[in-house]
Design a protein around this ligand. Structure first.
Ligand code: GDP
Length: 330
């Protein structure tokens, strides 16, 4: 980025024109941890937020091997053939640990990545899930300004990252396999509860009957969950990414969801609620950053830490003393 630093106006102009190279550059700017880029990144987001759009944000989760990238490939191709522009982003909790990204990797979606109507961005790296999620959320805004109608946010179904993705999308899809128990699939009950649709993938060949059975079982299980605030009843269906079956049906479900939620205002209400949460989270982050970079804080913290280590003071009391001391200065 530094080699060929591009001005914000050029980036904004390029994004509004749908220039993929400039869009990619803009996202690199958002992902930069260099403080000198922060202001530029904020201006960029503000400019992009001002551009109206009519997008749908879809979260897709499921354990590794369930067929997420295969699914996104056919689903994405179907959407682009309908004339829609599709962006694929990822929140990959493993990439921040291993420094490599698994999700949203171009080599995993070979056909879609060559489609001029599709934009695929690998998962950003970061030291925390919160940081990675924030970058992805900002990338959504930039992609929408670039005219992408459908934003797919992919994540691995193994932990906290679903909650992060759920907090930035309109519709949450869980991909599952038939035949394997929930524990085997590493799917937590809470994730099932967040889903607006569950698709049993690999419903093909000798697996087809088992998949149909799983649809019935999951539909029954979902009835036991409390109803969703927006009145939507989660749908369960079977699909095959390799045969392309169930893919169109899933899009129909998403459209029905969008229609219903726009009609009863839950669509916009949910986005507002998400904005409030992002605002509060960002404030918390700034407050943390503000204190942690102060030398007086570091010094006072080190002092209290030593006392805790030596068991001279309880951790709770130590924290209270530290906060009292540091807020005295303000
Ligand atoms: P991901 O890790 O969730 O992204 O899963 P992949 O898309 O990489 O798929 C994992 C494996 O399952 C690959 O070998 C795919 O070819 C295979 N696979 C994906 N979808 C289907 C499907 O619908 N039917 C069958 N039979 N295999 C599939």
């Amino acid at each position: 980025l530094r080699k060929q630093e591009v001005g914000v106006e050029i980036l904004v102009d390029g994004i509004f024109k749908g220039d993929q190279a400039l869009l990619a550059k803009a996202i690199t700017l958002l992902e930069s941890s260099n403080p000198s880029h922060f202001e530029k990144a904020n201006t960029l987001i503000e400019r992009c937020l001002a551009k109206p759009n009519d997008s749908i944000r879809i979260g897709i989760t499921g354990v590794p091997g369930v067929g997420k990238s295969s699914f996104i490939e056919v689903f994405g191709k179907m959407l682009t053939s309908m004339g829609k522009k599709v962006a694929v982003l990822a929140v990959d909790p493993t990439s921040s640990l291993s420094k490599g990204s698994i999700l949203g990797d171009k080599t995993r979606m070979q056909t879609l990545s060559k489609d001029p109507k599709a934009f695929i961005r690998p998962s950003p790296s970061g030291s925390s899930l919160g940081g990675v999620a924030k970058k992805t959320r900002e990338s959504i805004i930039i992609c929408e300004a670039a005219g992408y109608d459908v934003i797919l946010v992919e994540t691995v179904g193994v932990g906290q990252s679903e909650i992060a993705v759920h907090s930035m999308v309109d519709f949450f899809l869980l991909l599952k396999l038939s035949g394997a128990g929930d524990e085997l699939q590493g799917i937590k009950r809470g994730i099932m509860e967040m889903a607006d649709a569950i698709a049993i993938n690999k419903a093909d060949g000798s697996n087809l009957e088992k998949a149909k059975l799983a649809v019935t079982e999951f539909s029954r299980a979902l009835h036991l969950y409390p109803p969703k605030e927006n009145g939507w009843i989660p749908k369960v269906m079977a699909c095959s990414a390799t045969e392309g079956t169930g893919i169109k049906e899933l899009w129909d479900i998403i459209q029905a969801f969008t229609e219903q939620n726009r009609a009863n205002s839950h669509f916009i209400r949910n986005r507002k609620k998400q904005n409030i949460n992002w605002f509060l989270q960002t404030v918390d982050e700034h407050i943390k950053h503000f204190f942690h970079q102060k030398s007086s804080f570091k010094k006072a913290q080190a002092k209290m830490l030593k006392q805790v280590e030596e068991s001279k003071i309880s951790p709770f009391y130590a924290a209270q003393v530290l906060i009292n001391e540091i807020t005295k200065e303000l």
